[in-house]
Design a protein around this ligand. Structure first.
Ligand SMILES: [Ca+2]
Ligand SMILES: [Ca+2]
Ligand SMILES: [Ca+2]
Ligand SMILES: [Ca+2]
Length: 443
């Protein structure tokens, strides 16, 4: 997937929203959509384009509940098969003007440009991805966080074509830099680590996890997330984290949940909401240490940004050994801690020590930068250093451990895995009323 939408957003002032040339076109019989071609030998590919538009419209708008595309002057969504600006990939671009002053949202129409050099096999998923950007332009074009645009559009490929899913090589990029968090993107990482990545595309599992827990696993949770982003002027409130908070009831708890699930990607215990698992997408741990060195203090190689996670793996832990972990830091941020064995549920806590009894010889520990109390998604992210202390816990009864480790929030010795998922689901049903109120109140 080479999608230039967020790059084009950065360049739109120069581009001026101009459209590629059209020498001929075909209209869809199913949807208000028109496929343009520049070269007559590409005309037949409009059938592929228009079929994919119908597929995407059905799954993303009709079924998942995303806002439909905002109509342009003639009411037909335009897709151009063109080499102009597409650089072998595709992009979606709108004029960034609020086109309906009465709908309470900053929405505009957009058109899609797709390169003729993309293979026939990849045309449908490209269109499913770019169509999602069209509905994003119709929902909140003021949203500045590129990860929520690209991760949702990549997940939309999988909702539209579940048998194809999304590309594990992008997920690899996301899993390689967990300290960068949800507010980072490939441009930011280019400046930090000097490598080009598909980081924000690879964050698709963050969206599909959210969608599985708070939606129907087919896009409805992400549609609610985007609805919760809506604002009716250029002041981007609610923002990314406000919307994450509105959907989940508490973004910090939801992020800890995801941070635990994410540690299982690419393993035999990969969660069922994941598309296209592959061993290459296992989480990158900052350090792996042997139990022999416990007690020990660990510091991050790269200080995690807000919403970022530093993972450690502790190996060769003897049977029936409990580990106690705690975080100290000079920075005034909230620290989440999560520990799990891959075959069991996690233990977690916020700004308090946790105790974990591994169910096999290994524990994975995640230290999560949950930001300052009043951290805002529009603040530029920066890293915070910490010291993670790991020691052997004093032996106590299992059920007491659960209560003490994180104020009753732990599920590490519960009998089955699904309860971990059901609790937040129950929560979102209770909170749905509040989601709507939050969105209305912020208008
Ligand atoms: Ca049109
Ligand atoms: Ca509007
Ligand atoms: Ca917003
Ligand atoms: Ca904000």
């Amino acid at each position: 997937m080479i999608c230039h939408t967020t790059a084009m957003m950065l360049m739109s002032a120069h581009f001026g929203g101009g459209r590629p040339d059209s020498l001929g076109y075909i209209d869809s019989e199913q949807r208000p959509a028109r496929c343009h071609w520049q070269n007559a030998n590409q005309e037949w590919r409009c059938d592929l384009v228009l079929q994919a538009i119908d597929d995407a419209w059905t799954t993303q708008v009709d079924e998942a509940g995303f806002d439909p595309p905002m109509p342009d002057d003639d009411g037909l969504l335009d897709i151009y098969i063109t080499s102009e600006g597409t650089k072998g990939g595709a992009y979606t671009l709108g004029p960034y003007e609020d086109e309906d002053l009465s709908d309470g949202k900053m929405g505009c129409h957009a058109f899609i440009a797709i390169s003729p050099n993309i293979t026939d096999m990849k045309f449908p998923t490209y269109i499913a991805h770019e169509f999602q950007h069209v509905v994003q332009f119709a929902t909140d074009f003021t949203e500045p966080t590129s990860l929520i645009w690209e991760a949702t559009a990549t997940a939309a490929e999988a909702w539209t074509y579940p048998d194809i899913g999304y590309d594990p090589t992008y997920v690899w990029d996301f899993q390689a830099y967990p300290w960068a968090g949800l507010l980072a993107d490939g441009y930011m990482l280019m400046g930090t680590v000097g490598t080009w990545t598909y980081y924000e595309y690879g964050a698709a599992p963050w969206v599909t996890h959210l969608d599985a827990v708070y939606g129907d696993k087919a896009g409805s949770g992400a549609a609610q997330l985007w609805s919760a982003l809506i604002n009716d002027n250029w002041n981007n409130e609610p923002d990314f984290l406000d919307a994450y908070d509105a959907l989940t009831g508490d973004w910090r708890t939801a992020l800890i949940d995801f941070s635990a699930q994410r540690a299982k990607l690419g393993t035999d215990y990969a969660p069922s909401w994941l598309y296209n698992t592959h061993e290459s997408i296992a989480i990158w741990v900052d350090q792996e240490i042997d139990f022999d060195v416990v007690p020990t203090n660990l510091e991050p190689t790269t200080a995690p940004f807000q919403t970022g996670v530093t993972y450690y793996r502790i190996t060769d832990i003897p049977d029936d050994t409990s580990l106690q972990m705690s975080v100290t830091s000079d920075d005034d941020v909230l620290w989440g801690l999560v520990a799990l064995s891959l075959d069991s549920d996690p233990v977690w806590g916020i700004d308090e020590p946790i105790t974990h009894t591994p169910t096999n010889s290994e524990t994975i520990v995640g230290v999560i930068n949950l930001g300052e109390e009043d951290f805002d998604a529009d603040d530029y992210p920066d890293g915070s250093d910490f010291v993670l202390s790991v020691e052997v816990a004093v032996a106590i009864e299992d059920d007491v451990t659960t209560e003490n480790s994180c104020g009753g929030c732990s599920t590490h010795n519960r009998p089955h895995d699904l309860l971990w998922l059901y609790l937040p689901m129950l929560w979102v049903f209770m909170r749905r009323d509040q989601v709507i109120k939050t969105v209305v109140a912020d208008r």
